[in-house]
Design a protein. Structure first.
Length: 186
């Protein structure tokens, strides 16, 4: 099964209870979000009904529903970078919704396949490895990922190193708490 269809199928299996008013998405907002590019839908937001806007309001069920709809009816992932980052964001939503086993499966699929020829992919995969180590409660593996990111140039690698450091700080907490400001503060 194609990765896009696999992701959509897995998202369909997650129960979505009624959502609060601030998380409601009108049909017009859903249609507009569906037509958004990945850059707007996943990264920038600024449009109601997009993953970025809904997750920013902590509307995790609605964001997951929006992602499923965007994958099934929108542009979908156009390249390896979008696929990796989008899959990671889906995994985060699942983790925030306490769908931990499914989240781990998605995190494991969020690596970039062309890491041997792409330096950005190397850093990304180290970050994903560190997040998977968090779920395995493997402090040593997290430390290894953090150290490897420390050795790489670039602000993004530094950001991911800091994020993993926060996760490690709250290693035995659930992912939602480990991603909170309390755990992520340096």
């Amino acid at each position: 099964m194609r990765p896009l269809l696999l992701a959509a199928a897995a998202l369909a299996c997650v129960a979505t209870p009624a959502i609060a008013d601030e998380c409601d998405v009108t049909p017009a907002q859903r249609d507009a979000a569906r037509q958004s590019s990945w850059q707007i839908f996943d990264q920038q937001g600024g449009a109601p009904g997009t993953f970025r806007d809904l997750s920013g309001k902590r509307c995790y069920h609605a964001a997951l529903t929006a992602y499923r709809d965007w994958l099934e009816n929108g542009a979908g992932f156009q390249d390896e970078r979008q696929r990796a980052i989008g899959t990671f964001h889906i995994a985060q939503l699942l983790a925030f919704l306490d769908e931990t086993d499914t989240a781990i499966e998605f995190f494991a699929r969020a690596t970039w396949r062309d890491a041997q020829t792409n330096p950005a992919a190397v850093a990304w995969n180290l970050y994903v490895d560190g997040v998977l180590a968090f779920f395995a409660s493997d402090r040593n593996a997290m430390t290894t990922s953090i150290a490897a990111l420390q050795d790489l140039d670039g602000a993004t690698a530094g950001q991911w190193k800091d994020r993993l450091t926060g996760l490690r700080r709250c290693l035995r907490k659930d992912y939602r708490e480990a991603m909170s400001a309390r755990c992520q503060a340096s």
